[in-house]
Design a protein around this ligand. Structure first.
Ligand SMILES: Nc1ncnc2c1ncn2[C@@H]1O[C@H](COP(=O)(O)OP(=O)(O)OP(=O)(O)O)[C@@H](O)[C@H]1O
Length: 325
């Protein structure tokens, strides 16, 4: 029986080199330079970061699917790279590409996976729970991305694992399926399992994670609960952006003051950024009036939570992405 008081997973100073890489004249490329994290039982631990930050590589090293170059990993008290079948049976994995055989049908596949475990969960209960019965007779290759995702989640759960790795669990799910999957993840967490998930969606981390590690360019750059991370960046939260469309190459100099900048991201599309006050908004109106400028659109927005996380992760302001990191 696993000691549930010890962490399920501890990663210290992970380093991972890949290659040889053709673009680097056959040299190795360091994709993880320093990632450390601890995941506990009864908690959802999220690795949050932009595409290419190193999340998948980290969890694949944590599962022993990829060898590490340096650092230490302890999964249920063992080195995952030297893991025996006993350890593997306690770990469930849902990979980003699903890894499901394309010609199999969902229920037959789940029954087969269940037969590999000593004490599997009930296939029919999981099928009902994840709504898999609706497409039970369709081969995996013909399923939609979200349907495949649900089968992959069921397959990762069937062995009733103590630790569950989920790589981008909400990818491709429609809103209803997303709620269903999130509810199931919370139940699993409440039943004491350790859940480690990767996501580039702040919303997923906010809804699900008890503890978040922000990963950027192969390093863990911040950690805490979502609330703690938000509190670390209250300065960023007070920033706003006023975007307007008008003629190109306008002289926006009169709108600037210390802490307020203006950029023309494409001809005729301007964004004023900084701690904008009502006086700045008034000045903007007066500037339009005195220069006979009639903008075709004006949009004032608080910096989004995504911007806050981008500022923590150093991915840079001015990123147009919304809803993603
Ligand atoms: N075998 C490899 N050869 C070359 N580059 C690699 C290899 N494996 C990973 N990388 C690079 O390492 C970086 C991290 O990749 P990884 O898949 O871990 O990122 P991620 O955070 O999971 O991204 P995503 O959200 O897009 O899945 C990326 O720049 C990726 O291109």
């Amino acid at each position: 029986m696993t000691n549930t008081l010890s962490p399920a997973l501890v990663i210290s100073g992970l380093i991972k080199d890949v290659g040889p890489v053709a673009g680097l004249d056959g040299r190795m490329k360091r994709v993880i330079s320093n990632i450390s994290l601890t995941a506990h039982f009864g908690a959802v631990t999220a690795l949050l970061g932009a595409n290419g930050a190193g999340k998948t590589t980290t969890i694949e090293c944590a599962q022993g699917l990829q060898p590490r170059t340096g650092g230490e990993i302890s999964l249920l008290g063992q080195d995952p790279h030297k893991a025996d079948a006993g350890l593997r049976a306690k770990v469930g994995v849902m990979l980003q590409d699903g890894g499901l055989p394309p010609s199999a049908r969902p229920i037959a596949l789940l029954k087969h996976v269940a037969s590999l475990y000593e004490n599997p969960l009930s296939v029919s209960a999981l099928v009902d729970r994840l709504g898999i019965g609706d497409f039970a007779d369709t081969t995996i290759r013909r399923l939609s991305g979200g349907q495949k995702q649900r089968v992959a989640l069921a397959a990762s759960l069937i062995g009733n694992p103590e630790v569950l790795f989920l790589d981008e669990p909400s990818a491709g799910l429609d809103p209803q399926s997303r709620l269903m999957v999130f509810e199931l993840i919370r139940e699993l967490r409440d039943s004491g399992k350790a859940i480690i998930l990767t996501t580039h969606l702040l919303d997923d981390a906010q809804r699900l994670a008890d503890y978040v590690y922000i990963v950027d360019k192969g390093e863990s750059v911040a950690e805490g609960t979502v609330q703690e991370l938000l509190e670390q960046s209250t300065a960023a939260l007070s920033k706003r952006a006023l975007t307007f469309e008008a003629s190109p190459q306008l002289d926006t100099e009169p709108l600037l003051r210390s802490g307020i900048s203006c950029s023309e991201s494409r001809p005729g599309s301007y964004t004023l950024t900084g701690e904008l006050t009502p006086v700045d908004v008034g000045n903007f109106g007066a500037w339009c009036a005195s220069n006979n400028i009639m903008p075709t659109s004006i949009h004032l927005a608080s910096q989004s939570l995504e911007d806050v996380f981008l500022s923590i992760s150093g991915a840079g302001a001015g990123n147009e992405t919304r809803g993603n990191l």
